[in-house]
Design a protein around this ligand. Structure first.
Ligand SMILES: Cc1cc2nc3c(=O)[nH]c(=O)nc-3n(C[C@H](O)[C@H](O)[C@H](O)COP(=O)(O)O)c2cc1C
Ligand code: SF4
Ligand code: SF4
Length: 289
């Protein structure tokens, strides 16, 4: 079995989820490739799905929905009647399973895909609130378990799709329509501090080609999807969005934290109060803690 995993990830969390899934598939004897969606959306190329028996599509949740590049990719896919497809998404919270996936599913259904499985990876938020390192590490170890469990279900062909009730759909619609209107404008007005040394990381890495090299500073155009990559990956942390509170006070490196043996990996098991108590209850219910 050969599986193609296509992923849109701004700051790396969903890419890590894709790699964990691929590792679990390979561990079970399947062959899996991880392909970045931007490799196709940036040059408007259509992926060759015929080499895969099954495909996965993953995205970072933005405003309870999928970000624009993920939709651009899905809309450009070839007609694929009956092709097996699983979804996965990463979100900073499990609230309402990261929003409704009904728009994503109907976009894919129009192409004929058989969308049969869906997984939510709860990952550290990359906006507003910087989770503490022990929580970040525990979310990583939970993501490893989530990947193992989901890969087993997907390979066995089990049908498992999140419920998208009417309130969830309305809520997602309201938020995501507002977000898609706002982000292009916000992305035009990124502020770059004097710390910038014109290293080029931001304009080389932007998944939507929104950044170009200016005379003394990078220049931002109007194709931003507010993925936060330029902000998080800038070596000088010199970029700030117009809405300052969007940016974490200190960025994090998920892989580095996950590999740090001095950080405990069971923080959520021990929380008895505060914001993360909800997380403990949620993961216990899922059998992941
Ligand atoms: C513009 C934007 C909107 C977001 N909206 C949500 C949201 O609605 N719900 C949520 O749980 N997390 C939300 N997040 C957090 C991300 O989904 C989460 O941190 C995710 O793991 C990031 O994945 P990535 O590193 O692959 O980009 C949002 C992040 C951004 C940048
Ligand atoms: S990544 Fe940061 S330091 Fe490098 S060019 Fe962009 S803003 Fe400047
Ligand atoms: S400008 Fe920055 S936030 Fe906007 S799409 Fe490019 S990398 Fe992402």
């Amino acid at each position: 079995m050969k599986i193609g995993i296509y992923v849109f990830s701004g700051t790396g969390n969903t890419l890590i989820a894709a790699e964990l899934l691929a590792g679990s598939f390979r561990g079970a004897g399947a062959d899996a490739d991880v392909i970045k969606i931007e490799n196709h959306t940036k040059n408007k190329s259509v992926p060759n799905l015929s080499k895969y028996d099954m495909i996965g599509i993953g995205y970072a949740v933005h405003a309870f929905d999928a970000p624009r590049p993920a939709y651009d990719f899905m809309r450009a896919l070839p007609e694929s009647p009956g092709k097996r497809l699983f979804l996965f998404k990463s979100a900073g919270d499990f609230f309402w399973n990261g929003g409704s996936s009904s728009k994503v599913r109907s976009t894919l259904a129009k192409k004929g895909f058989d969308v049969f499985h869906e997984t939510l990876f709860v990952m550290p938020a990359n906006v507003f609130m910087r989770y503490p390192d022990p929580v970040i590490k525990n979310l990583y170890t939970i993501a490893e378990k989530t990947a193992g469990k989901s890969a087993g279900e997907i390979l066995s062909g089990a049908r498992s799709l999140a419920k998208n009730g009417i309130f969830k759909r309305i809520f997602t619609r309201l938020f995501s329509d507002g977000e898609s209107f706002g982000v292009k404008r916000l992305g035009r007005h990124m502020k770059v501090s004097s710390e910038c040394n014109m290293c080029g990381v931001c304009w080389r890495d932007c998944p939507t080609g929104n950044i170009t090299q200016g005379e003394a500073r990078p220049i931002f155009d109007k194709t931003c999807c507010l993925c936060m990559r330029c902000i998080h990956h800038c070596p000088k942390y010199a970029i700030t969005p117009l809405l300052k509170f969007f940016r974490l006070k200190v960025p994090y490196n998920l892989k580095k934290i996950a590999a740090d043996k001095t950080i405990p990996d069971d923080a959520l098991k021990n929380v008895t109060k505060g914001f993360f108590r909800r997380f403990r209850r949620y993961f216990e219910k899922q059998g992941l803690l």
